[in-house]
Design a protein around this ligand. Structure first.
Ligand code: FEO
Length: 188
């Protein structure tokens, strides 16, 4: 009796170009690492008594996971093959909350460049469907960078002062930024 199933066939027509499949798969890894990195930061903040900051970072880690899933599902839906690889181990120790948000901003700027590179490859390959799809991430990166800059501005204002109020109120910034984005979008 034949017990092994034959998965060598596919019912899907392959219609994703190799160059597009490769760069989108690379982005799966980057979004996965983003989630990992923010989870490591959340855990550090949690263990050091910053309940609000850790909540912000745990939420951010979840968001990054949904970004990763969007790429996985899109690649498979368009006839490519999403690959899930190993992720780099993120740092476990941080010096301060300010250092964390400097790293968040640097990381998001790197992700923005990476998304822009996807747009460039879509244009080279004339894959306007993917270029249109990835536009959601182009817009998302505006918000991601703005969030990190807003938080860093607040931390600069506090200077060496107490982080008690900052930590208590940080989650409200998510709502404030989302509202600012909606308002900006409705004005365009
Ligand atoms: Fe998914 Fe923060 O970029």
């Amino acid at each position: 009796m034949q017990l092994l199933m034959d998965f060598s066939y596919s019912t899907k027509t392959k219609n994703m170009k190799k160059e597009i499949e490769e760069i989108l798969n690379a982005q799966i890894e980057k979004e996965g690492y983003s989630s990992h990195l923010y989870l490591a930061m959340a855990s550090w903040a949690d263990a050091n008594g910053f309940a609000g900051t850790s909540a912000w970072l745990y939420t951010q880690a979840e968001e990054e996971r949904t970004h990763m899933l969007k790429f996985v599902k899109y690649i498979n839906e368009r006839g490519g093959k999403a690959t899930i690889g190993a992720l780099q181990t993120p740092p476990a120790e941080f010096n301060s909350i300010k250092e964390i948000f400097k790293l968040v901003l640097e990381h998001e700027e790197m992700i923005t460049n990476s998304i822009n590179e996807i747009v460039a490859v879509c244009q080279q390959q004339k894959d306007f469907t993917t270029q249109n799809w990835v536009q959601w991430f182009v817009n998302e990166q505006i918000e991601e960078e703005r969030n990190a800059r807003t938080i860093l501005d607040k931390l600069n204002l506090i200077g060496d002062g107490s982080l008690y109020l900052f930590d208590r109120d940080i989650m409200t910034l998510r709502g404030a930024n989302a509202a600012a984005n909606e308002s900006a979008a409705s004005n365009t």
